[in-house]
Design a protein around this ligand. Structure first.
Ligand code: PBE
Length: 310
């Protein structure tokens, strides 16, 4: 009981401090934040408020590795850390920061439902540490075409757009079970799905195992592909792994494949390591992107606008 009261008290105190700070800086723009002696937009405060910390996701994610590289490549990120957790924890932290209008910088990516729910922007990345436009590609184990030609054909023909993926992601974040969200999207997109299944024969319980990572985008894609395969008669298992093991399990032929390869930059190292031991079936989605994402109310445009730790 005591603990709870203290927590509420300190939260209220913190909130009023934030309000006072916001009140000071907002009406006359840069001129009033001169005490920082830095820049004109007041962004010098953000970095300190963020504890010089980027809010990351799973440690194995490519975007986390890129964020760590950014802290080394950008001199103004000296002393910054990338905090790792999970995609879900990152989304919660982002939602809470936005509710309190606090600064936050997350390792973000597109397609993602966060852009539909919140007003967000990518920070410019003049050193191109996060790469440019990405594709999401499908990788399968070697020999699949001969052993399970219908599974191979369907996985090869799977292809959709960022808008398609976002629709499934939004439905899941609004509370739908991933398999249900997948079924709903399939019902609403019969034409697209019939292109994936074109020439694919119905099978009777052929086993397929798809691996993925619990990133919101890959939960969506993997569930949709799994559901389409089930409807063709496959016995489908979907297995969440970390990023490295996801790639290894396909390369070692332990599983059928995955639809979660972000290239050329995000998973570039993993691709180089495994490309001779798996089969690359090409892009299933064009126009993906990763980078540092902040709420639009933050008056920063570039990674270079952030301030080094003292
Ligand atoms: N992501 C989503 C992954 C790829 C898909 C951007 C979080 C990553 O960074 O590895």
């Amino acid at each position: 009981m005591f603990k709870f009261d203290w927590k509420r008290l300190s939260m209220a105190a913190g909130l009023s401090l934030t309000l006072i700070a916001a009140g000071c800086g907002s009406d006359e723009g840069g001129e009033t934040s001169g005490s920082e002696g830095e820049g004109s937009s007041g962004e010098a405060n953000y970095s300190e408020e963020m504890n010089y910390e980027i809010t990351g996701i799973e440690a194995g994610a490519g975007v986390v590795a890129a964020a760590q590289t950014a802290t080394e490549e950008y001199e103004n990120l000296a002393g910054w850390e990338v905090a790792t957790s999970s995609s879900g924890a990152m989304a919660t932290a982002l939602g809470e920061a936005i509710e309190n209008e606090e600064p936050i910088a997350v390792t973000g990516w597109t397609p993602h439902w966060m852009f539909a729910k919140y007003d967000l922007k990518y920070l410019e990345d003049p050193k191109e540490v996060f790469g440019g436009e990405e594709q999401i590609k499908t990788m399968v184990r070697q020999g699949l075409e001969d052993e399970k030609p219908n599974a191979y054909k369907l996985l090869d023909q799977f292809s959709w757009t960022p808008a398609d993926m976002e629709k499934v992601m939004l439905n899941i974040t609004d509370g739908a079970e991933p398999a249900e969200a997948a079924k709903t999207w399939i019902e609403e997109n019969e034409d697209k799905v019939s292109e994936w299944t074109d020439g694919v024969e119905d099978v009777d319980g052929t086993e397929v195992e798809l691996v993925y990572v619990n990133w919101d985008s890959e939960i969506a894609s993997t569930n949709v592909v799994a559901e389409v395969m089930k409807q063709k008669g496959f016995d489908v298992t979907i297995t969440p792994l970390d990023n490295g093991p996801m790639w290894e399990s396909v390369a070692e032929g332990e599983v059928t494949g995955m639809v979660a390869a972000w290239l050329p930059a995000t998973h570039g190292d993993l691709y180089e390591q495994h490309k001779d031991s798996l089969e690359d079936l090409g892009a299933n989605l064009e126009g993906a992107k990763v980078g540092l994402v902040v709420p639009k109310y933050m008056d920063v445009d570039s990674i270079e606008d952030l301030q080094p730790a003292e």
